[in-house]
Design a protein around this ligand. Structure first.
Ligand code: AP5
Ligand code: ZN
Length: 213
């Protein structure tokens, strides 16, 4: 079963993807995580995308399609969760072609609906465990012990360079201009299932479970 988590920055895509990985053994393919890894390891591609990402703009279709193609052909598990991909119509067409080439298809596109007002608070309060990637929030999901990861005990908590109000404004503009047309694209194919992303984390998890069975 291959699914897409579609939604604006801070909608909860990464949080729900991690849950699906833990409970169903699916493979999370987050283009944001792949690009941040390239940035940290200082590859040529990482250097090229660094300033674009920090400003909140989308990187080129060519780069992200290449990243996804590599993972799709080298990883296998109980289905893929596309988290933050596709983000343009060209990426959606490329994904359909890649899946067809592998004899696979898309099961469902989960659209996570959240108001812009809630996103500012979610993004500015987010921090992540630098060791295992668990995602936290200052108010809605703090660590049990201050700055100690509940999942792995790590103490290296990181905040993203693009998690500030300026970059978020650009990320939202990119989302409405280039990514939101995908809602109509997948609706027309009959693949779209909306969930209320404003509910608390456990309720969103339950809504997704009800859709996926
Ligand atoms: P990416 O890493 O994909 O970022 P994003 O889409 O902006 O999404 P986020 O990771 O910010 O949010 P999320 O929905 O995963 O929310 P989370 O679960 O963390 O992309 C970053 C950049 O990379 C892009 O700007 C672009 O430059 C580039 N890029 C990536 N993919 C690309 C592509 N395909 N094409 C071109 N460029 C690409 O939750 C957020 C916070 O809210 C957390 O603190 C969490 O604890 C909290 N939270 C989650 N759910 C709830 C809830 N239900 N209630 C209360 N709090 C909640
Ligand atoms: Zn951790």
């Amino acid at each position: 079963m291959n699914i897409i988590l579609l939604g604006p920055p801070g909608a909860g895509k990464g949080t729900q993807a991690r849950h699906l990985v833990e409970t169903r053994g699916m493979i999370q393919l987050s283009t944001g995580d792949m690009l941040r890894e390239a940035k940290t390891s200082g590859t040529e591609m990482g250097k090229k995308v660094s300033a674009i990402m920090d400003a909140g703009k989308l990187v080129t279709d060519e780069i992200v399609i290449g990243l996804i193609e590599e993972k799709l052909t080298t990883e296998a598990g109980a289905g893929f969760i596309f988290d933050g991909f596709p983000r343009t119509l060209a990426q959606a067409d490329a994904l359909a072609a890649l899946l067809a080439k592998l004899g696979q298809s898309l099961h469902t596109v989960i659209e996570m609906r959240v108001d812009d007002d809630a996103l500012v608070n979610r993004i500015t309060g987010r921090f992540t465990c630098g060791n295992c990637g668990e995602v936290y929030h200052d108010e809605t999901k703090p660590t049990k012990v201050d700055s100690v990861c509940d999942a792995c005990g790590g103490t290296d908590m990181v905040r993203r360079a693009d998690d500030n109000e300026d970059s978020l404004r650009t990320r939202l503009m990119e989302y409405y201009k280039k990514t939101s047309p995908l809602i109509g694209y997948y609706y027309a194919k009959g693949d779209l299932r909306p969930v209320n992303g404003l509910a608390d984390i456990k309720e969103v998890t339950a809504s997704i479970k009800a859709i996926l069975g």
